[in-house]
Design a protein around this ligand. Structure first.
Ligand code: NAD
Ligand code: UFG
Length: 338
């Protein structure tokens, strides 16, 4: 059982991962500046697990605060979620993204090295595959980035790889997430985006609950089953469990490992709207609009490596993802403020 610093632990994936870590017997220390989250998520985590989380409100760019945390908390491993993640926004304020994601992570790594804590799991993304030449996507595919957000993930993967090559006592796991959706089965923990959602699922559930009028489907002329974009949606609880499984790669004898975390199965936008309509019990209104710049047609993972080396596979299907997302949205239309 380990003491784990979870940066970004009040956010969507971080809070679900805290639940799984606590339920696996680990101790959890969260650092988050609440820029894109609500601290109430941690109260829910504590309620669901019956266990306590130590919380520090602050920034990964604050070296002094990080030193205090490492001084006091005897951290064994870091799971590093903290970062800005909105693709569109990253093109408008690129320096904020580079400062927050890159400088913040470099700062964190320096303090970790100072305290001899060299075990880190990093949140990467399928975005590092750019526009893949084919599917399913394996971890060996060529990497590229098409926007500043994607570039921060790609650069951080390179920085972490350089770090490992400079000092083989680091243990680094890069997890490339596909499209996390869904919520904790209780319906009390879920994604709580600020403003109008950028991602498909929260948009669809907000239409279903009556907060938004209709879904705009970005293009129906892709070379896919029905012309709309295909993605590898993964239940956030499966994704969270993937982190617990990845902890076993942080043993002293291992080095730098990279895993896709997805289901290996793709669904189109219209298939998601159809599934959510069935979940909700009524049609969800949508209209076809122009393609969104930068979107690709199809993206889904080959997931054998994580299965083979981590003993982890996603088990929850698309119906469960939609049912759980809807339970969260309908129980808490205003997110954590309800
Ligand atoms: P999120 O915004 O809900 O969580 C990120 C958390 O980090 C937030 O709580 C935010 O307040 C915090 N944070 C941001 N900058 C910080 C800083 N400088 N110091 C301290 N805390 C800071 O996002 P999420 O969906 O939970 O994503 C978690 C990670 O996974 C991110 O790194 C994201 O890029 C990555 N990722 C997400 C997706 C996705 O679709 N959700 C896909 C691939 C990768
Ligand atoms: N879409 C719509 N209407 C919407 C929103 C999305 O039709 O209102 C479509 C998109 O065109 C795409 C699919 O729904 O075909 C999924 O779009 P999302 O915005 O939900 O997700 P993306 O695949 O574009 O990107 C997400 C994250 C990225 C991450 C990537 C891979 O936003 O940060 O998954 O992990 F890199």
């Amino acid at each position: 059982m380990a003491r784990i610093l979870v940066t970004g632990g009040t956010g969507y994936i971080g809070s679900h991962t805290c639940v799984e870590l606590l339920e696996s017997g680990h101790q959890v220390i969260v650092l988050d500046n609440l820029r894109n989250s609500n601290v109430k998520s941690l109260a829910v985590v504590e309620e669901l697990t019956g266990q306590q989380v130590t919380f520090y409100q602050g920034d990964i760019r604050d070296a002094e605060l990080l030193r205090q945390i490492f001084e006091k908390e005897a951290i064994d491993h870091v799971i590093h979620f903290a970062g800005l993640k909105a693709v569109g926004e990253s093109s408008q304020i690129p320096l904020d993204y580079y400062d927050n994601n890159i400088s913040g992570t470099v700062n964190l790594l320096k303090v970790m090295a100072d305290y001899g804590c060299k075990n880190i799991i990093f949140s990467s993304s399928a975005t590092v595959y750019g526009n893949p030449h084919t599917v399913p996507i394996t971890e060996e595919f060529p990497l590229s980035a098409t926007n500043p957000y994607g570039r921060t993930k790609l650069m951080l993967e390179e920085i972490l790889t350089d770090l490992y090559h400079s000092d083989k006592s680091w243990n680094i796991v890069l997890l490339r997430y596909f499209n996390p959706i869904g919520a904790h089965v209780s319906g009390d923990l879920g994604e709580d985006p600020r403003g109008i959602p950028n991602n498909l699922l929260p948009y669809v559930t907000q239409v279903a609950v009556g907060k938004l009028k209709q879904v705009s489907v970005f293009g129906d002329d892709y070379d896919t089953v029905d012309g709309t974009g295909v993605r590898d949606y993964i239940h956030v609880v499966d994704l969270a469990k993937g982190h617990v499984a990845a902890l076993k790669r942080l043993a002293p004898e291992t080095g730098l490992s990279i895993y896709n975390l997805g289901t290996g199965q793709g669904y189109s936008v219209l298939e998601i709207i159809q599934q959510m309509s069935e979940t909700v019990g009524r049609d969800i209104p949508y209209q076809i609009v122009a393609r969104r710049p930068g979107d690709i047609a199809t993206c889904y993972a080959k997931v054998d490596k994580a299965s083979r080396e981590l003993g982890w596979t996603a088990t929850l299907g698309i119906k469960q993802m939609c049912d759980d997302a809807w339970r969260w949205q309908s129980k808490h239309p205003q997110g954590f403020e309800d």
